[in-house]
Write a protein that binds this ligand. Structure first.
Ligand code: XIL
Length: 315
């Protein structure tokens, strides 16, 4: 392994990366990049509901097993991603009509299967993903909210804790990395859940940034979650560069990655930073944000970029 995993461990944080199943199976160089530079993995897609339970009661473990087996073989931790989300749900779930008891039964079947299978090997779960609307403080309307009311969040966390009492349970969200109304809403939600004794252990701030707009008050915002007694992490870091991508922008991106890892190190209960993809050849950015590219620490030829060095410098 390279120096990054040892540095991250010595500073007490995880340095994680989102992995895709196909290259993990087929591409030894990809596997080496992961094992040599990171201490944990998140499945970029394969643990999402549509992949795990494509039909009610039929579970597909091929992808999740590939990720978890790889992690165990290489001594990496696994962050479980994700249980309740408005995206990447199978049609039977999103288009079905269920009453509250019916939906709770579905939730329990899914959690028992997924959390049960990986108990002891997946140490934390994003139980709730993106509960707020894109830019605002309101809760997002989704199947769960519409059927179970706002209490769906507490119910899901409580159920997940019953199924796997050892797992660290997270709420994961975007556009909440710096202070602002949406971050305040997440803070209020987390405080309320803790006051009610709901088993919430951490918050993930995704960290899908645009080059040049990484907030400078990341640490301050993260610290208030930490002060609540929660773990806090940057869970899906990437820094997308508007095209044309210049060498100068790639160099500045290195500083941005450094600042993000530094912010985590400043915060008492920051548990780690996870990068959202292994190389620019595997990133979701070109497809989802046309006109942007080059968001990750390795280039499409698997060569390290300044971002990798930036993270190492921070550590
Ligand atoms: C993205 C994946 O990277 C893509 O491959 C997929 O097509 C869509 O989902 N927030 C999340 C992640 O929580 O699960 C998303 O991952 C990116 C945004």
């Amino acid at each position: 392994p390279g120096e990054l995993p040892a540095l991250a461990s010595s500073r007490g944080i995880e340095l994680g990366v989102a992995v895709a199943v196909d290259p993990l199976r087929d591409d030894p160089a990809y596997r080496d990049l992961v094992a040599d530079h990171y201490t944990s993995v998140t499945a970029e897609n394969t643990m999402k509901w549509e992949h795990v339970q494509p039909e009610r009661g039929r579970f597909d473990w091929s992808g999740p097993d590939t990720v978890v087996d790889f992690a165990v073989e290489n001594g990496l931790d696994v962050r479980g991603h994700t249980l309740l989300w408005h995206n990447q749900q199978p049609a039977w779930l999103s288009e079905g009509s269920y009453d509250a008891d019916g939906l709770r039964a579905i939730m329990r079947e899914h959690m028992e299967a997924l959390l049960g299978r990986y108990q002891g090997r997946v140490s934390s779960w994003d139980v709730i993903n993106e509960p707020f609307v894109d830019d605002g403080p309101e809760l997002r309307g989704n199947l769960w909210l519409d059927t179970l009311s706002e209490d769906y969040i507490a119910q899901a966390l409580t159920m997940a804790h019953e199924v796997d009492p050892e797992a660290e349970l997270y709420i994961n969200e975007f556009n909440v990395e710096g202070p602002g109304p949406k971050a305040d809403a997440l803070y209020a939600l987390a405080s309320d859940l803790l006051e009610r004794g709901v088993p919430l252990h951490g918050v993930g701030l995704q960290g899908h940034f645009v080059h040049g707009t990484v907030p400078d008050d990341l640490a301050r915002n993260m610290a208030r979650f930490s002060d609540l007694g929660l773990d806090v992490e940057i869970s899906e870091l990437d820094v997308r560069i508007p095209e044309p991508v210049t060498e100068a922008a790639v160099a500045e991106q290195g500083e941005e990655y450094r600042r993000v890892v530094e912010a985590c190190l400043e915060v008492e209960r920051c548990s780690g930073v996870t990068v959202w993809g292994v190389t620019d050849a595997h990133s979701w950015i070109p497809e989802w944000f046309p006109g942007h590219d080059a968001a990750l620490p390795f280039d499409p030829s698997y060569r390290p970029k300044p971002a990798l060095n930036g993270m190492a410098e921070a550590l």
